[in-house]
Design a protein around this ligand. Structure first.
Ligand SMILES: O=P(O)(O)OC[C@H]1O[C@@H](O)[C@H](O)[C@@H](O)[C@@H]1O
Length: 325
């Protein structure tokens, strides 16, 4: 959805506080009486949030959710035990946000992949807490460093709702004097018991591009849920945004709902690529799976001057008898 700045989206464009905050505890910065706790993962500042619904860990860098676990459930997300947590280096796991480009830079392959916002610190702008859980709001603005590699003025906001499910709302405002194009993805890493016994449901009959066999082009289709027997790196387009990760020996499913995201990426690096990545243990490919939602490839977003666009992602772990999303 794209709004005019004059309407609902003033919050994102001006980064001004919401008018009314009934029944919530509001804190700014870190001097707060709320059950969030700032700590560090190997020098990287993170927030640990616990409420009656869940436990979560969120890094200031990239406003990246690193861990999410609903009470009584297994962890939903995978976080590499070999991630180095160095400032300005991508953290392997959780939900990195790829923006303003996904994958290789559109014109210069020497520039870092998946954009820059996952590598830079965001500002914790606002926190609310009520019976349904916590909402953390992080903001990010262009600066001299970002303009040197992407010459556009923008404001971004990520609202993270931590309750029975995990909900992310990513908004971008164009505060420049000309339109700009971007691609992006919620690059979610899910924890799985064993990748060879895991399926992804919801991408059947959806055209995909195999990044490992680019010569085959874009019009491959499969009729059945995706199974994993080798390295997998696919970009789906015109997708519904609604998927499930189903595991053979576990009743727990991961439910994914991203109604505004028509692109999906499914990635598992398998044995050799894992060995090439410096921040994954050699067997870790067996216990992780990325099912990412966004706008990538040909599904570029063009954002006009003074326009704001928002995308939501809801993730939940669920047992078959429940329906959360
Ligand atoms: O190592 P990075 O930059 O975090 O990227 C990891 C993977 O991210 C996936 O989204 C891509 O489809 C893969 O091609 C890529 O290898």
């Amino acid at each position: 959805m794209v709004f005019d700045v004059s309407e609902e989206s003033t919050l994102v464009v001006t980064i001004s506080p919401p008018e009314k905050l009934d029944k919530t505890t509001v804190v700014r910065g870190l001097s707060c009486e709320w059950r969030g706790q700032t700590t560090e993962y190997e020098g990287q500042p993170v927030l640990v949030i616990e409420n009656k619904h869940c436990r979560a860990v969120v890094a200031y860098q990239g406003a990246q959710v690193l861990e999410f676990q609903r009470r009584g459930h297994a962890p939903l997300l995978w976080l590499s035990e070999a991630s180095n947590f160095l400032p300005k280096r991508a953290i392997r796991g959780g939900i990195p946000l790829c923006f303003p480009w996904f994958g290789q830079h559109p014109t210069d392959p020497s520039i870092l992949s998946h954009g820059f916002v996952r590598n830079l610190p965001w500002t914790l702008y606002h926190v609310t807490e009520d019976d349904s859980g916590h909402v953390l709001t992080f903001t990010f603005r262009d600066n001299e460093e970002t303009r040197a590699i992407w010459p556009h003025a923008f404001n971004a906001m990520l609202e993270i709702r931590l309750g029975q499910s995990l909900e992310l709302k990513f908004s971008v405002a164009n505060v420049d004097k000309k339109p700009f194009d971007f691609t992006f993805a919620f690059h979610s890493y899910f924890a799985v018991d064993q990748i060879t016994q895991t399926k992804v449901v919801g991408l059947e009959n959806t055209p995909f591009f195999d990044q490992l066999a680019p010569e085959k082009g874009f019009h491959q289709l499969e009729r059945f849920p995706i199974e994993f027997h080798a390295e997998t790196d696919r970009i789906y387009q015109r997708a519904t945004g609604e998927y499930q990760i189903v595991q053979e020996h576990s009743k727990q499913r991961a439910l994914i709902d991203a109604p505004d995201c028509s692109s999906a990426i499914v990635w598992n690096p398998w044995i050799e690529k894992t060995a090439r990545l410096g921040d994954m243990d050699k067997d870790a490919w067996q216990n992780m799976l990325c099912v990412e939602c966004g706008k990538v490839g040909a599904e570029v977003v063009t954002l006009g001057v003074s326009k704001v666009v928002s995308f939501t992602l809801t993730l939940a772990s669920s047992f078959p008898e429940e329906s959360l999303i």
